[in-house]
Design a protein around this ligand. Structure first.
Ligand SMILES: Cc1ncc(COP(=O)(O)O)c(C=O)c1O
Length: 398
């Protein structure tokens, strides 16, 4: 099982922690896949139908069911969330040389997709209240770009760790300047903002069904939009941009990005348990809040009053002076107890690969990175797993 964003599927990469050998404590991973038990029969039925291809009834139904659940007009199932972001940027017209605003505090996939199109990311800092893009900074940057006569071609907004960004002011400023909005909702399916589902905001949005996400296909993603033309165009680009001719005819460069029908069958089984997965992750968060929230120098990631988080990952901020340990010391101690924790995403403006890209602010996200830690957050965690995690963290501060 792969772990592209490093969020805790069992891998050999640094930070996934030692695996249990005989006599060791069972591993507690950051965010492992959580099957419902219905996936095997869903796969068997798909195999029996012989739709073993990036086309078929499960694929179409998965698209329809996700679109319905999120409340958008149409959806295109893809091989990954990254592919969905790439196509989202292409369908709104991002091309070589175009600037795209992007939160600096995100997983690299959000910014990499800009590069795939030949675009240039401009990174925007977080709001300390939500950790998501700061709507005021975004508005200022759009206004100053308009004054320079260099508006960005698009804005990417990310629902970080499963909490929706503050869409009202964000969408208002983007509308004012006529800049399309792409929402990276890879971590937030199941969350809501003022009663509307994550993934329903912006011109186009992208979901991920990676193994570490709220629900998984093993690997997969989806592009959603209320604009049918965008979804149709993404289907076209995702199938090698093959023109509707009896022979292969191509006028544009396309991609092989469609999701397999077999994986869509897994996704459909997972979608049926989405509510339970959100509830379980929110229970984790509530447990951490109850048992860690009152420790001197430890606070949980803030929950915005405007919505309900999917609680994809539970994150804490640690003040070393008051708590007596750094987040890295906690992470290392947990690792020795076979418990996987991970640092918060390192902001994009601090990444060597994006050196030279402009950034607006950056100190808020840098602080969150320096003080933050993501705790085990899987929906299959038991209460005794959570107690083990809490016990070790409390011990760290003694
Ligand atoms: C914020 C964010 N965007 C994009 C992605 C990319 O999704 P995928 O791994 O399905 O390509 C991920 C997760 O991996 C993510 O966390």
């Amino acid at each position: 099982m792969r772990s592209d964003s490093g969020a805790g599927v069992k891998t050999a990469d640094a930070g996934s922690g030692p695996l249990a050998s005989e006599g060791e404590l069972a591993p507690i991973l950051l965010s492992p896949p959580h099957l419902s038990g219905e996936e095997a029969s869903a796969i068997s039925s798909a195999l029996a139908s012989n739709w073993i291809a990036p086309a078929g009834p499960d694929l179409e139904l998965f698209e329809r069911e996700v679109a319905e659940r999120v409340g958008v007009v149409d959806a295109c199932a893809l091989s990954s969330g990254t592919a969905a972001l790439h196509l989202a940027l292409l369908v709104v017209g991002v091309g070589p040389g175009d600037e795209v605003l992007c939160p600096t505090l995100t997983f690299a996939a959000s910014a990499n997709a800009i590069r795939y199109c030949g675009g240039t990311p401009v990174f925007i800092d977080s709001s300390p209240d939500t950790w998501n893009v700061d709507p005021a900074l975004l508005a200022e940057e759009l206004a100053s770009a308009a004054r320079r006569g260099q508006l960005p071609r698009a804005v990417i907004v990310v629902d970080l760790y499963g909490q929706c960004a503050d869409y009202d002011p964000i969408l208002e400023s983007c509308r004012e300047f006529g800049v399309p909005v792409i929402v990276d909702a890879a971590q937030s399916i199941g969350a809501s903002y003022k009663g509307s589902a994550a993934g329903s905001f912006g011109d186009v949005s992208a979901l991920s069904f990676n193994g570490n996400k709220m629900i998984t296909c093993g690997g997969g993603g989806m592009l959603l939009s209320n604009n049918r033309d965008y979804v149709e165009r993404s289907r076209f680009l995702a199938t090698q941009a093959r023109e509707p001719m009896p022979y292969n005819h191509h006028k544009e460069i396309g991609y092989n990005y469609r999701l397999s029908n077999i994986l869509a069958a897994v996704g459909r089984a997972q979608l049926r348990v989405l509510e339970a997965r959100v509830a379980a992750r929110r229970r984790n968060l509530a447990f951490y809040e109850e048992h860690l929230g009152s420790l001197d120098g430890v606070s949980l990631a803030p929950e915005a009053t405007y919505g309900v988080r999917s609680a994809w990952l539970s994150c804490i901020l640690v003040d070393q002076e008051r708590f007596g340990a750094t987040p890295e010391m906690i992470r290392e101690r947990l690792a020795t107890r076979n418990i996987e924790a991970r640092p918060i995403w390192k902001p994009m403006h601090l990444q060597p690969v994006f050196r030279g890209c402009r950034s607006v602010g950056g100190s808020v996200s840098a602080q969150i990175f320096a003080k933050g830690l993501c705790l085990p957050s899987g929906s299959s965690l038991s209460e005794s797993d959570l107690e083990r995690v809490v016990f070790e963290i409390v011990e760290c501060g003694r």
